[in-house]
Ligand binder design. Sequence first.
Ligand SMILES: [Fe+2]
Length: 283
Amino acid sequence: MLIIILKTVAAVMIIVALILFYGIWIERYLVRFNRYTIPVPNLPDAFNGFRIVHISDVHLSPLVPYRFLKWLFQKVDRMEKDIIVCTGDYVLGRNVPSRVDKVWTLLRGLHAPYGVYSVLGNCDYWADAERSSKLLAQSGQDIQDKTAVIEKNGGRLWLAGAGDFMEHHIPLDRILQSVPGNDCRIVLAHNPDSADTDFKERIDLMLAGHTHGGQIVIPFYGIPKLPVENKTYSFGLKRSPKNHLVFISKGIGWGIFPGRINCLPEIPILTLIPAAQQKPLKG
Ligand SMILES: [Fe+2]
């Protein structure tokens, strides 16, 4: 009997060790370029089929090295797209200004026909708030606490950048007040909890990251720990309690657990269509 118990314990330990090895050394690098079709209310016809590459939570660190991110960004560079949006957490670690400098050499190299638009995440403030803000401002991609309009064939699409929910909270109403009432509005936020903050302005879509998809997804159970207040904001397209569409990327990097299990990292490619033409959300 004792031998059976010992063999069972040993087998369980080996399986757990193999899963951890896979999560830390393999799955973390299996980045998917997932394509999603997103039905957007008030989207002008001119933006039907508009493609957004969404980069989030790259978390430059020893386990997410520069050369790996450079290889991913080169892939993004070769992709057909209209804009690139970056929703923060570009490094991992506290007080790591050299990492901030390094990751911005990559971010600055991103290009898209209608522009690149970026905001900061909580980890960018923890790494070096002043340096992150300065490099964002110098990048030509800065949309934090601001709006930008994209004009195409007589149609207008507005982008607005929310401040980080945890470290730089600016009311969305203050950011969106200059956008004409009926124009389509897409908000870039690091943390999807920003969708549940107190604001009255209409938004048509929010793009966010922060959760890393939970990093570990256990079959028949779900996600053990999600770093958001609204636990429905895991990954993919969700509806907020205020009935706003919120898309959450699983991102690239990691937070507390240095790996991923059953939660592949991703760079989503979003194709916008008018809400009336709603189709399956992924495919
Ligand atoms: Fe993150």
